[in-house]
Design a protein around this ligand. Structure first.
Ligand code: WTA
Length: 655
């Protein structure tokens, strides 16, 4: 199993149609209906989005202007007032959904919990009051560093309810990475747990928080709120740290949702780019609520009795948009699972599907490939007949994995939605609508209505069918990021001026290479910048290089991705050492561990190669392109004439 190559994808022309039965019951029932919606949205985007905002969401006060576009800064539903926690909870309480399961949670060791909409609402209100009790106010930021337990979603909704912005930091990030994000977001409170389960071990999250906050290194943080999950001994610091179960007894369950402006900050989520430290992607209330709501409804084709499961972690955008906000805004039943695919329990995903009768299942190609490797006997030993729709996200899916997913998991009857999007886009942008759009294995198919996606060259001109180019979006959409937190200039430069705007026409540069075939289907090939995608986790090569050079033995480091059967890509680091150090196995281990300490286990290099020197141009720039070829074990392609010293390459080749 491998990453799709251009050759395999060019040959891929199988077309799969949804069954008539599926289409009849679907939210969007035919290709014609999709085309109608698409054309309608293209002709008058503002009317299209305004109609949906009016019919799909509850507002405390209607907006005056649908879109205020001062490129590249957009405001959607200007002066509208709403609260996303109200749309996710309160509005369902006056309907039959009051006692419907909102959240079904499955812990890694096999414990589980179900919260109805009424119960989830109560917990969110209490949690919101606990945050207020700690002094959190509208406009503050709250860090959330949690395992995959219901309280992670509860904390997010509680922040939204009182108008505090959350900044969720994936529980697999190290104390150092957590500290950087808390400092940048100036968080006032950190919500965490004593620990969480990850691949049969307890991750001591609170201990990491203590390290991150040590010696007053995050002065903005005054308190932590700690959920008891694993029960191991946990150090609590005097006035700073509070147990959630203690505070819960002191607060009321009455907390009306704060009316928020459409453009009030909802959350910051940090993501990696090609330069510098991770950037805080800013999402605001109204547009994000609408965009995640309608994409969830049409793409996952939610029906009232569906049990829907997205396997992402809430620490990533997929967890934000498609475990928490999108499904709950629709009044759906959303499943949350603490465990990850692991060889010690090769049937874990299929057990959850069988146990809870999951109908709609959304996961990542890397997980699919891991399960393929563990063997068909595991899914085949479970009853997966409840499934009716499958989804995938995070990286290109190779056609072999697509077919396995369709046959072995979907029993040949479930459509697959391959969804392309990013932290920055807030929600899904290119995807099949499952009852309407026939699918081709490996293609994300067509843009969602209202998304004017294109493949362009670096001048911004559209390229022809089947010509490779860069993926770009030509018109603002409600779920788009608004800025980089504290750095609007970086926002402008990174996404909107990469292709110089002409005559005031700005377009959003996604950073992915792609092509469009003769049917208009999009085939996303992967990143064109220095971002690598390791097991669906997005990492900047610069971040890993900075982590390496912060070790005293390292003089210089260059990090590249190489294709990997399971993870899609793996990290290879080329390292030169300071004079007094020499290469050894111990040093190799130490450097890998150092990266884990600086960033987290997801960034551990698969391979570190010691080198005397790195290949550079005469102006001193590292020629990563050559290193990429070397790491992948392929012939070095392209021009090497700008290389300053050709012997460097020869030496690296000889290892
Ligand atoms: C990649 C995750 C191909 C892409 C939601 C993008 C994909 C990056 C797909 C964003 C897909 C995501 N097909 N590539 N269906 N989905 N990607 O911000 O390179 O963690 O730019 O958001 O993942 O990663 P992020």
């Amino acid at each position: 199993m491998s990453q799709p190559t251009i050759e395999s994808i060019l040959q891929e022309n199988r077309l799969f149609h949804p069954s008539a039965e599926f289409s009849q019951k679907a939210q969007i029932k035919s290709l014609d209906e999709y085309h109608r919606l698409y054309e309608q949205a293209k002709a008058d985007p503002q009317a299209f989005w305004a109609h949906l905002a009016e019919t799909e969401l509850d507002w405390f006060q209607k907006w005056d202007t649908v879109l205020d576009w001062q490129p590249p800064f957009a405001k959607w539903f200007v002066n509208g007032k709403l609260n996303i926690s109200y749309n996710c909870l309160d509005r369902h309480l006056t309907t039959w959904r009051r006692n419907k399961a909102a959240l079904i949670w499955e812990g890694e060791p096999g414990d589980s919990r179900t919260l109805t909409y009424a119960q989830l609402h109560r917990e969110v209100c209490q949690f919101a009051n606990a945050l207020k009790h700690l002094g959190v106010q509208k406009g503050d930021r709250v860090g959330i560093y949690m395992p995959m337990i219901p309280e992670a979603a509860i904390a997010m909704l509680a922040c939204a309810r009182i108008g505090a912005a959350h900044t969720v930091v994936f529980g697999g990030f190290s104390a150092e990475a957590l500290r950087d994000r808390l400092v940048d977001g100036q968080a006032r409170v950190v919500v965490t747990a004593d620990g969480g389960w990850r691949k049969d071990a307890i991750v001591p999250l609170k201990e990491q928080v203590d390290k991150a906050l040590a010696d007053g290194s995050v002065p903005s943080v005054t308190n932590t709120l700690v959920v008891k999950r694993t029960g191991q001994e946990t150090h609590m610091l005097g006035d700073r740290d509070h147990w959630w179960h203690d505070l819960q007894k002191q607060v009321s369950a009455d907390c009306p949702a704060e009316p928020m402006d459409s453009e009030d900050l909802l959350f910051i989520l940090y993501t990696s780019g090609s330069t510098g430290k991770p950037k805080g992607v800013v999402h605001t209330t109204g547009g994000y609520n609408l965009y995640t709501h309608i994409t969830t409804k049409w793409i996952f084709d939610l029906q009232d009795t569906d049990v829907y499961w997205c396997t992402a972690d809430v620490g990533w955008i997929t967890g934000h948009s498609y475990i928490v906000y999108g499904p709950l805004s629709n009044g759906a039943t959303t499943v949350m699972y603490e465990g990850a695919p692991r060889t010690s329990n090769p049937g874990c995903f299929w057990d959850v599907i069988e146990k809870h009768g999951v109908n709609v299942f959304y996961t990542a190609p890397t997980a699919i490939r891991a399960f393929i490797k563990m063997g068909d006997e595991h899914p085949k030993a479970r009853n997966l007949s409840s499934l009716r729709l499958l989804g995938t996200v995070g990286e290109p899916i190779n056609p072999e994995a697509w077919i396995w997913y369709q046959q072995v998991i979907g029993g040949g009857r479930c459509p697959i939605v391959d969804t392309w999007w990013q932290t920055e886009t807030g929600g899904i942008m290119i995807t099949a609508l499952p009852g309407a759009i026939p699918t081709k294995p490996g293609s994300a198919t067509l843009p969602f209505p209202g998304v004017l996606a294109d493949i362009i060259d670096l001048e911004g001109k559209a390229v022809g069918a089947n010509e490779g180019g860069y993926l770009a979006i030509r018109h603002p959409w409600p779920g788009m990021m608004r800025t980089v937190y504290g750095d609007p200039d970086r926002f402008r430069r990174t996404y909107w001026e990469h292709v110089p705007p002409k005559e005031g026409q700005y377009l959003y540069f996604a950073g992915d290479g792609a092509r469009r075939d003769e049917d208009g289907y999009f085939w996303v090939m992967g990143r064109v910048d220095d971002v690598i995608n390791v097991a669906g986790h997005r990492l900047g090569t610069m971040e890993i290089e900075s982590a390496l050079v912060s070790h005293p033995a390292v003089a210089e480091a260059a990090v590249v991705g190489k294709p990997d059967e399971l993870k899609g890509q793996d990290i290879v680091a080329f390292v030169t050492l300071e004079g007094t150090y020499s290469p050894s196995d111990d040093l190799l281990k130490e450097l890998k561990q150092h990266v884990v300490k600086e960033i987290g286990a997801i960034a551990r290099p698969g391979e570190i190669r010691f080198a005397d020197a790195l290949p550079k141009t005469r102006s001193g720039k590292i020629m990563r392109r050559l290193l990429r070829d070397l790491a992948s074990g392929v012939e070095i392609s392209g021009d090497t004439s700008t290389l300053e010293d050709r012997s460097v390459l020869e030496k690296l080749r000889q290892g």
